[in-house]
Design a protein around this ligand. Structure first.
Ligand SMILES: Cc1cc2nc3c(=O)[nH]c(=O)nc-3n(C[C@H](O)[C@H](O)[C@H](O)COP(=O)(O)OP(=O)(O)OC[C@H]3O[C@@H](n4cnc5c(N)ncnc54)[C@H](O)[C@@H]3O)c2cc1C
Length: 573
């Protein structure tokens, strides 16, 4: 006798519970659909729950309500300038129109709270139409107790960047943490945050003051529970149900056994791209010929299942993007037992007193530029056949003030990181070079060359600290240049960085309704892709922070409308 669970019939199945999957789910539920979200992992949230939670949404309601009103032509020109041949006017138009509506819907209809990115500039200030702020929003901090016992099913923040599981929000919160040993007000803020965190851990097993992407997912999770969405964890989808060309449901390996889910309105793939699909990485990442030369900071469960499922139904993964991933420099921080964490270097690179060099001891980029730009520069500087690796080099005041990767700033001790070989330390630059396997003479020369201008706050080689984006990433207390200072006071430190990513860009070919297209570019009935399963509308470019979550959630909102048959210009959402 079979003990397989009975098939479940619903309107819409969503595969994956990141921000894109959950946005699809709550929007579709609001539009009247019976929605089932199937999540592979024991906890919801995927990469989204580890992210900064910033969404690039030009003309978002928070900006316009604060009086910042810009014509749609400005972000459109920026996209056109940035994306070049990859610019798709149809997708850009839908994104620019529906992005603000998506935010307004989540806020006004479902009660999510956001904060404005008033001072966050786009990455490339000299491009036509570049913005200098007000084009992004982030989740407001969220009280995790509002999830009740369900908080056990929320993925905690990324351990690499959240000390003891405590997320630190970008902006003022982060500034307080960096100044905690220098300013009374910051010390009080941090002491209070830490006390509250440990109180929550003692009473509830984890911190409840949620910030960044963790708060974003928590808010969507709350909305999903309130909307009657069924959320099933530990249930990886392994197959699609098809009738002719149409997708009519999925098969998942649930804790109760293999189960079919029939979906009257279709299936939405939201499984977070392929950051840990070794085979596809080998095929699509030029720097990773075996697929194992790339270390993504995204969760290991994101193994490209959505893309494979889409292909079984006739979908195609786009191979024409300029970059198949959202590159980021990462370091491999030992965790014990041979395991390691992938630390994404997103913050400290732009602070004064650090440089990055190749294995030839040469600087190769403006270290304060975006993670994606920096990695492209490293790829370009790496001779064919060699691994794209680099070293971050800083001095003692820098390490103690800002931290270097996993070796956090004062008052955190660093001896374990030195002992396990993650952090190299030496009294002189020449000895540091030897510890890293670099040429001592060349590294000393590189540091001396950099320092000569750095003492005056200048970087003639790469123009570090000149762009608006560089400036906000730097240290406002350092003048004349918030990003430039000499590497001068020993002991000196180094951490090795390798090629990594925040996620992948190449995904299933879709149209502006988020419908997956087949080889003839015809929509496959009943199949949608959102988030990183949908090929990025940015075509491999990275014009601004938040360009994965912003379009990801916008096309999730669009997909929910497509699946429910409600036009986007309705008055309901
Ligand atoms: C440290 C860090 C910071 C970042 N900050 C930002 C930021 O501020 N702004 C921004 O735009 N982007 C940011 N990113 C990138 C961003 O987080 C991702 O691009 C985005 O979260 C992807 O969302 P998603 O919904 O497509 O996938 P995910 O959030 O990864 O969700 C996919 C889910 O699908 C599940 N899944 C996989 N396979 C299956 C299966 N077979 N069946 C069922 N479920 C499955 C996974 O377990 C996962 O839970 C950051 C990334 C990192 C690592």
């Amino acid at each position: 006798m079979s003990h397989e669970p009975e098939a479940r019939t619903c309107d819409l199945v969503v595969v994956g519970s990141g921000a894109s999957g959950l946005t699809t789910a709550v929007t579709a539920a609001f539009l009247g659909l019976d929605v089932v979200v199937l999540e592979k992992e024991p906890q919801l949230g995927g990469t989204s729950a580890w992210s900064g939670g910033w969404m690039w949404i030009p003309r978002n309601p928070l900006a316009t309500e604060s009086g910042f009103v810009e014509d749609v032509d400005a972000p459109r020109r920026y996209l056109r300038a940035e994306l070049g041949e990859a610019y798709d006017d149809a997708l850009a138009t839908i994104f620019l129109e529906q992005g603000p509506r998506m935010v307004r819907f989540l806020r006004d209809r479902l009660g999510l709270a956001f904060i404005a990115g008033a001072g966050i500039p786009d990455f490339h200030w000299t491009s036509d139409g570049a913005g200098f702020g007000n084009r992004s929003v982030c989740s407001a901090p969220f009280d995790g107790s509002r999830l009740g016992k369900e908080i056990a099913r929320l993925k905690p923040p990324l351990d690499q960047i959240a000390p003891f599981g405590m997320g630190i929000a970008s902006g003022a919160d982060m500034a307080h943490f960096l100044n905690a040993t220098r300013k009374t007000q910051s010390f009080v803020h941090v002491a209070w945050r830490i006390l509250a965190h440990w109180r929550d851990v003692a009473l509830h097993g984890r911190g409840l003051h949620l910030v960044n992407g963790n708060a974003l997912v928590a808010q969507l999770f709350r909305a999903a529970l309130d909307s009657g969405v069924t959320l099933e964890t530990e249930s990886p989808v392994c197959d699609l149900l098809m009738e002719g060309r149409a997708v009519t449901g999925v098969v998942a390996d649930t804790p109760g056994g293999r189960r079919s889910y029939r979906a009257r309105r279709g299936v939405v793939l939201a499984a977070g791209g392929f950051p840990h699909d070794t085979g596809r990485k080998a095929r699509m990442f030029a720097h990773a010929p075996t697929g194992r030369e790339h270390w993504s900071a995204a969760p290991r469960a994101n193994t490209g299942d959505g893309l494979r499922l889409g292909e079984t139904a006739g979908g195609e993964v786009r191979a024409d993007l300029s970059n198949a991933g959202a590159w980021a420099p990462v370091s491999l921080a030992p965790k014990g037992g041979g395991d390691f964490g992938t630390f994404p270097h997103l913050v400290e690179r732009a602070k004064p007193g650090l440089i990055m060099v190749t294995n030839k001891s040469a600087r190769f980029a403006n270290e304060a530029d975006s993670y994606h730009d920096l990695m492209q520069a490293l790829f370009a500087a790496t001779p064919p056949g060699e691994k794209p690796e680099a070293w971050m080099i800083c001095d003692h005041p820098f390490q103690r003030r800002y931290g270097l990767g996993r070796a956090r700033p004062r008052p955190y001790p660093i001896r374990n990181w030195i002992a396990n070989g993650y952090l190299k330390r030496a009294a002189r630059i020449e000895d540091l070079a030897r510890a890293c396997g670099l040429d001592p003479v060349r590294l000393s020369q590189t540091v001396a060359d950099y320092n000569r201008d750095a003492v005056q706050g200048r970087d003639p080689q790469f123009g570090r600290g000149e762009s608006a984006y560089n400036k906000v990433q730097g240290d406002p207390e350092t003048s004349p240049n918030p990003c430039v200072g000499p590497v001068a006071t020993g002991p000196f430190y180094a951490v090795k960085v390798v090629a990594g990513s925040l996620g992948t860009f190449a995904g299933l070919w879709t149209d502006g309704h988020a419908r997956v297209l087949d080889a003839d570019r015809a929509p496959i009935p009943g199949l949608f892709a959102v988030g990183n399963d949908m090929s990025s509308m940015m075509g491999g470019r990275y014009p601004a922070g938040g360009i994965t979550l912003g379009p990801g959630m916008t096309f999730a909102y669009v997909a929910a409308h497509s699946a429910s048959g409600v036009p986007l210009d309705n008055n309901k959402t």
